[in-house]
Design a protein around this ligand. Structure first.
Ligand SMILES: [Zn+2]
Length: 395
């Protein structure tokens, strides 16, 4: 038989211990909820669509061009089966999925463009690995049917020019569509396969150039009185507006030396000269693109860092940094309000990796302290100090 006093003595520490356990579980749950879920809402909530200066603001022209809300991101680099560690994969993909889904929910873009290097190993992955990667991409970047998702190919998706094959290009285009021209709300976007602009007349490159020349003709037909000419008659008319060029490689620039801002390349890397056809498009290919398409804005990826470049003739280009925390502490995406005649861009930063890690470390510290206090391992130095203080006071 157990005496009642003994039972109370036995149960008191047990009750205390389950209280501690409850506290620890609550802290872990709260921190996980914050770092893996709420932080995305808190951070992305601060982003707003930029306002386009419409001609109507001068009070004369009351006709407002419709504004297209477009979101641009680049270099998601979903890890593959060869080089990706499962934990790295799990973590990065969860982060990107949360960031993307939260942005969709809060900002409601109408179209999302991903500027290449969606996958890390598309260039060499087996058919099975490719199917797995695509399935994960489609889950992460799921979107309602009224939101359009457009993608351009990157060197990691289909291989650098020397490794690119009809097989890798076709399997990419089978998933992501091969359309090069996309027009909506009076805005024309040209999506370039920049890896096929090697200029060596290989089959893929010749086809790509032919497609661009055809688009060039269609754009000319829309912009000039030429639409009356016989050449334009059989072509579907396009909105009368200079296109926005979307590609993975940036147009040719010497280096990132003139780039600034918190997410530009680190200072020690900025002066490293870029290699044509590897880091940036060749001079010749860049010239051709500008000549054929006469864009009003260029958006590109590939460098993983931000940069604003002003090309000859005042053409602006924006390099969009990587969307993955694997490549940056401060990933971001670009929000564009675009009309047929104007545009405004703003950047939306995602939660900093450092903030998340510091929060986890802080929480781990609190857990340790609580546990030590519970087992009275921390109490003794505190009590010792307290007693010492009291002794001093009484003297
Ligand atoms: Zn790339």
């Amino acid at each position: 038989m157990i005496r009642p006093g003994l039972r109370r003595q036995y149960f008191r520490p047990l009750k205390k211990r389950s209280l501690l356990l409850l506290r620890l579980v609550a802290i872990v749950f709260a921190v996980l909820l914050f770092c893996e879920f709420l932080i995305y809402y808190l951070v992305i909530f601060r982003c707003h669509w930029p306002e386009v200066k419409t001609p109507a603001s001068d009070g004369k022209r009351a006709t407002l061009d419709p504004v297209l809300k477009a979101m641009f991101l680049a270099d998601t680099h979903l890890l593959g089966e060869v080089q990706g560690h499962w934990l790295d994969k799990l973590r990065r993909e969860w982060q990107m999925e949360r960031a993307f889904q939260t942005a969709l929910w809060l900002l409601q873009p109408e179209v999302v463009f991903i500027l290449g290097d969606i996958f890390d190993e598309g260039k060499w992955s087996s058919a099975q690995a490719w199917a797995d990667d695509v399935a994960r991409f489609q889950k992460m970047f799921r979107h309602p049917s009224h939101v359009q998702l457009k993608v351009v190919a990157g060197n990691h998706d289909i291989g650098f020019h020397y490794a690119m094959s009809t097989y890798t290009v076709k399997r990419f285009e089978k998933v992501f569509n091969s359309e090069r021209l996309f027009s909506w709300k009076g805005v024309n976007f040209v999506m370039v396969n920049s890896i096929a602009l090697e200029g060596d007349s290989c089959v893929i490159c010749s086809e790509a150039e032919a497609e661009l020349i055809e688009i060039s003709h269609r754009l000319n037909c829309s912009q000039q009185q030429e639409h009356r000419s016989s050449r334009c008659r059989n072509r579907q008319p396009l909105p009368m507006s200079a296109p926005v060029l979307l590609q993975h490689y940036p147009l040719y620039r010497r280096s990132d030396a003139n780039c600034s801002g918190e997410d530009a390349a680190p200072p020690e890397e900025r002066n490293i000269p870029f290699k044509e056809k590897y880091d940036v498009l060749s001079r010749q290919a860049s010239q051709k693109l500008l000549w054929w398409l006469r864009p009003r804005l260029v958006l590109s990826g590939h460098t993983h860092s931000a940069c604003e470049v002003l090309h000859e003739g005042g053409l602006p280009e924006l390099s969009i940094p990587s969307f993955s925390w694997r490549n940056r502490n401060n990933p971001s995406f670009v929000m564009g309000s675009i009309t047929s005649s104007d545009y405004a861009l703003s950047k939306c930063y995602l939660p900093l990796e450092n903030t998340v890690l510091t929060t986890y470390c802080g929480a781990a510290g609190i857990l340790v302290v609580l546990t030590l206090i519970h087992f009275e391992l921390l109490a003794s130095p505190f009590l010792f100090g307290w007693n010492l203080l009291r002794k001093h006071k009484t003297r």
